[in-house]
Design a protein. Structure first.
Length: 350
């Protein structure tokens, strides 16, 4: 692909949720954008009212419900859909993808392959049973040049034009440089990282810690307690990330500690909000049924617990939240368990 004429062609975004719209709006400052939505009403709203789910859309954005049109028009595509829908989306898109396409996804979650079993039926998971979204793209399509977006990217703040930044991660420098050209603006910075798996793992694992941070706030605990959780959560993320194929460096940058701090501190975070509401006494089923968009951390806790058990990784926060969500442990008891956990060294992963 000739990147010198990239601004002469539209860029595609698949998914018109809050973050998909945020990505589309950022891109639209530099290039024409085709925004795909599965729901015809959302496409009509985008075309007629220049909005999607009450989010204002840049004039440079065109709505579409045609994946074939999007793939034929756009060489660069940003898939931004929930992880639970990601496989079906890629399967639908893949017949129209060619090796020249570049895909940079913005989804923070895992896909599990169990050959007929359900996740609840098995006790442990192996790494080869769990796909990141880049691995899923590679498995289901002809796309080779793949990347991801990760970082403290709370969609509502981006849509309000507040300053922010992201990381474009890829094994290919071309993907990173192209992502930077397309996304960078006076209010939006773009960093690069070649550790694609590590950066993806940052985005997945921090959602677990964010649920814990929301629960701590909901219980009325203060910043000392939250600081303890975030710092120990970072250590836990690094242990898990190393076991699952990432490098420590990714976790110490914007996609790691930057995203973790933002997600653990903001009521705009779906995972933080879920933890907060749990602490207020609402049931998990009630919270999930009332949320407009998915809190990825709920399913991630279940997956990561089984991975940690298989690889014998210390993951006390994940284990405790698993017991809270799925084994009727109270949040107050969970916090007490964590306080009694035999942490010895502060930093022992370097």
């Amino acid at each position: 692909m000739d990147s010198s004429n990239i601004y002469s062609r539209p860029v595609g975004v698949v998914g018109a949720g809050s973050f998909g719209c945020a990505v589309a709006n950022i891109l639209a400052e530099n290039v024409p954008v085709l925004l795909y939505a599965r729901n015809p009403e959302v496409v009509e709203q985008a075309q007629t009212h220049r909005t999607a789910r009450s989010i204002s859309l840049h004039p440079n954005i065109t709505g579409t419900g045609d994946l074939e049109l999007l793939a034929n028009t756009c060489e660069v595509i940003f898939p931004v859909v929930p992880s639970a829908s990601f496989r079906s989306m890629i399967v639908d898109l893949s017949p129209y993808l060619k090796p020249y396409h570049i895909l940079i996804h913005g989804t923070k979650g895992f896909e599990v392959q169990l050959n007929g079993d359900s996740l609840d039926q098995i006790k442990t998971l192996r790494r080869d049973q769990v796909y990141t979204m880049s691995e899923l793209i590679r498995h289901e399509s002809l796309a080779v040049r793949i990347g991801c977006l990760a970082g403290p990217n709370l969609a509502s703040e981006i849509n309000e034009h507040q300053p922010a930044a992201t990381v474009v991660a890829s094994q290919f420098d071309e993907v990173i440089h192209l992502g930077q050209k397309l996304l960078k603006s006076d209010r939006f910075g773009v960093f690069g990282n070649n550790d694609l798996i590590g950066v993806e793992l940052c985005g997945v694992l921090k959602n677990i810690i964010a649920i814990g941070a929301g629960a701590i706030s909901g219980l009325g605990y203060g910043d000392n307690t939250k600081g303890l959780l975030i710092s120990r959560g970072m250590v836990e993320m690094i242990y898990l990330g190393k076991a699952l194929g990432g490098n420590v460096e990714a976790f110490l940058g914007l996609a790691g500690v930057g995203d973790l701090v933002a997600t653990c501190s903001s009521k705009l975070s779906r995972n933080f909000t879920l933890g907060y509401r749990l602490a207020q006494g609402e049931s998990l089923s009630t919270i999930l049924s009332s949320m407009e968009e998915v809190a990825e951390g709920v399913n991630t806790i279940k997956i990561v617990k089984k991975l940690a058990d298989n690889y014998r990784v210390r993951a006390p926060i994940t284990n405790t939240l698993y017991q809270v969500l799925y084994e009727d442990l109270s949040l107050k008891e969970g916090v007490q368990m964590l306080m009694k956990y035999p942490f010895i060294q502060d930093i022992d992963f370097l």
